[in-house]
Design a binder for this molecule. Sequence first.
Ligand SMILES: [Zn+2]
Length: 379
Amino acid sequence: MNLRFVFVACLLVSLPRVAVALDYVSLTRDGKPIHLAGKVLTEAQDGGLLLQDREGIQWAVRAEELVKRTQDETVYQPMQQKELQAKLAQEMPGFRIHTTAHYLICYNTSLAYAQWCGALYERLCWSFQNYWKKRGFELRDPEIPLVALVFDTKANYERYARAELGDAVASIVGYYSRRTNRVTMFDLTKMNGLQGVGGRIGNTAQINWLLMQPGAERMVATIIHEATHQLAHNCGMHGRYADIPLWVSEGLAVYFETPDLRSKRGWRNIGGVNRSRLDRFRRYLPTRQPNSLETLIADDKRFKNLDTGIDAYAEAWSLNHFLIHRRCEQYVKYLTALSQKGPLLYDTPEERVQAFTDAFGANPAELDADFLRYMKTVR
Ligand SMILES: [Zn+2]
């Protein structure tokens, strides 16, 4: 469902971040009754609303679906590890759950693979928070344990994920859903081309070794990319349904995506050069238009168009690299301002460009020469 259409033309009223009482909402969807308990995040003037339930799923409820809404004295409390674990066990029969400090890895793979995912994601969580802390942006821990669903085979993953992704599922090896707040993926060691390389996979070291093989790096990058989205949306960097420009949210995910499985921390050098994105940016340069930065910033169209998407991601990586390395203080202020945005309020292209210009003291056209000069030095 496209939330933009649910709430279109309605003036939204953002509610305070901390809801005191628990909201109960009953609705009818596709002829079936649904009963929710959680906190209402925002309401549309036509009576539609956005509710986050206690396990962190966000529900966009249209006015015509709404049957009843009440509230009582119970305080909204997000589910914690044990309760969420029980809920997942019920929802995913046949799956086991591996818990780490911040994650619930719900898996039907080998335990070794679930442990590998948990360790990788914990390292990412630590590195992500630490990276921004050092740059003056203090993030918080997620208020609800982060869930990753890991399927044993691509076929089982596709069967499950098709409901959310449609036919695109065939070309996507993992994804983060802003609605459910979960990352969903499958055992990458079972991919064609890797099978037979590693023999029996019994422990983390063997999995690491297998996933260092040529062909696996981009797949591992994808599941880290998706986990970076999950962290950004749960640690106070982006609101889940806030209008965060894609050059920022995607640019940051590609900035963090490349792992170094040889290193204990998982990343030898966060913010190091992402080779495949840099190569792509270089190939884009001969046809790059003088207003390229402006079109990247003003709206998300280039990211969503199949013909221009890959270049947009490459340019977003490049722009984030430039701003973090050359204008970090301004960039952190800009990110902090974005983190304050409420859900489902959309900026116009002019407002986006203006916010960028205010943050960096130069409009995209004025920044372009500096940006390109910098990118020539990136090796
Ligand atoms: Zn992404």
